[in-house]
Design a protein around this ligand. Structure first.
Ligand code: ACO
Length: 378
């Protein structure tokens, strides 16, 4: 096989046919099932968007109510999962706790009937319902508190913020969080979704699919970047330091977190919406000193690196929104996972429709026909 065929990172290699999301990276367009992300952010809710992604159509009022009802009903997690979480080290990263807990769901719901639409629906409901509860539970457990039970009278977003902070959120905060979930719900075959698809293609259970995707999302080049954006803004410290910071990064060939994208060569459309949400939060709850640094850094990066197609991505402003929501920095990526479960499940379902196990090839560059040297002769 010719080495010319090799594309590091599979860049530009079509690995699937999909009708879930469409991205035009040069014009900054993102559509879920053909509907622009701006339209959904303006008019939909996370659960309605999740339904659209997974089943391909917007739900009727009755379908949406039934979906929301079922998710509400399944929000609680088994006490044995909570007990398992109590054995995790408090110093462990919440993404690792989430990956382990998502995998543990498979122990409780192990029946695997991938050709049964009821099994598929139940798995979708359970995962969408329980992942937020598990994220909130670990947060409280690691602080030494007991997890808070979900509240049936609260929306998906409001209930999560309630479980996390042990108090009912302001309606604007719940709305903003719901929009954040929509924006992060799906993004074609990125690394974690591809991971979900590879795992799905073996016909394993959906809990293993989600656990493998969570593990992939955690890395700093993917979902983990939003944490690093806040650390970077902290390090910059003041607006007047932004130019020197950027110079240093460029000189040392260090990546500026929250910028650049394999697909977008203009500003990520989600970053525009998130910037707007951040401003709404600041108007209502007071500003954030990091915001001015962020705006200045974005201006400088556009100026210096824009011609290379490096612009703000989804992770650049999401951290500032989450900070204003009072969410600890190391929960930013688990929040991303809560949202992306919708996209992963949509790809899982799509993969099952036309499954073929993933088994790419490789270009072997190692030695051949070596002689085995006995241990005492090495
Ligand atoms: N800062 C500075 N330069 C950058 C950045 C950046 N953030 N991103 C890309 N570049 C430069 C590279 O140095 C390289 O320059 P060169 O051609 O002169 O060597 C060129 O742009 C191409 O960069 P690659 O890393 O090859 O691009 P790739 O498509 O592989 O990477 C990625 C995309 C991983 C997102 C990259 O832009 C990056 O590391 N960004 C920072 C981390 C980040 O924000 N990740 C979140 C992405 S969004 C998401 O996953 C939800």
């Amino acid at each position: 096989m010719s080495v010319d065929l090799y594309k590091p990172g599979l860049e530009g290699v079509p690995a699937a046919k999909s009708s879930i999301s469409y991205i035009d990276g040069t014009q900054g367009i993102l559509e879920y099932r053909g509907i622009r992300i701006e339209d959904l952010a303006q008019n939909s809710s996370f659960l309605e968007t999740a339904y659209l992604l997974i089943w391909g159509e917007l739900p009727s009022q009755t379908e949406l109510e039934a979906f929301e009802h079922d998710i509400r009903y399944h929000r609680r997690i088994k006490y044995r999962i909570r007990d398992m979480m109590k054995c995790f080290p408090e110093s462990g990263h919440p993404m690792d706790a989430l990956q382990a807990s998502a995998a543990a769901l498979g122990l409780f719901y192990s029946r695997r009937a991938l050709d049964d639409p009821i099994y598929i629906r139940n798995a979708v409901i359970r995962l969408l319902a329980k992942i937020p509860t598990m994220v909130a539970a670990f947060q409280l457990i690691r602080k030494g508190n007991d997890p808070v039970q979900p509240r049936d009278d609260l929306s998906y977003a409001a209930n999560f913020l309630y479980m996390l902070r042990e108090q009912e959120p302001d309606p604007l905060a719940a709305h903003v969080f719901d929009v954040c979930l929509m924006l992060h719900a799906e993004h074609s075959i990125n690394a974690s979704t591809f991971s979900a698809m590879v795992t799905s293609s073996t016909l394993t259970d959906p809990y293993a699919v989600i656990a493998s995707a969570v593990g992939t999302l955690g890395g700093p080049l993917h979902g983990g970047a939003n944490e690093e954006v806040i650390e970077m803004l902290e390090e910059i410290g003041a607006v007047e330091n932004a130019a020197a910071y950027l110079d240093n990064c460029i000189r040392q060939k260090r990546k500026i977190m929250g910028f650049g994208h394999r697909v977008y060569k203009v500003k990520d459309p989600r970053a525009n919406i998130l910037q707007d949400l951040a401003e709404q939060m600041f108007d209502r709850f007071g500003g954030d000193r990091y915001y001015e640094i962020a705006v200045e850094l974005e201006r400088l990066v556009e100026d210096r690196l824009g011609e290379k197609g490096i612009y703000a991505n989804v992770d650049f402003y999401s951290g500032l929104v989450y900070r204003k929501l009072g969410i600890p920095t190391d929960l930013f990526t688990p929040l991303f996972a809560i949202a992306r479960v919708a996209g992963w499940l949509a790809h899982w379902k799509e993969q099952l429709n036309e499954n073929r196990i993933f088994r790419p090839t490789q270009i072997y560059v190692g030695q051949r026909d070596r002689v085995f040297v006995p241990r005492d002769k090495r």
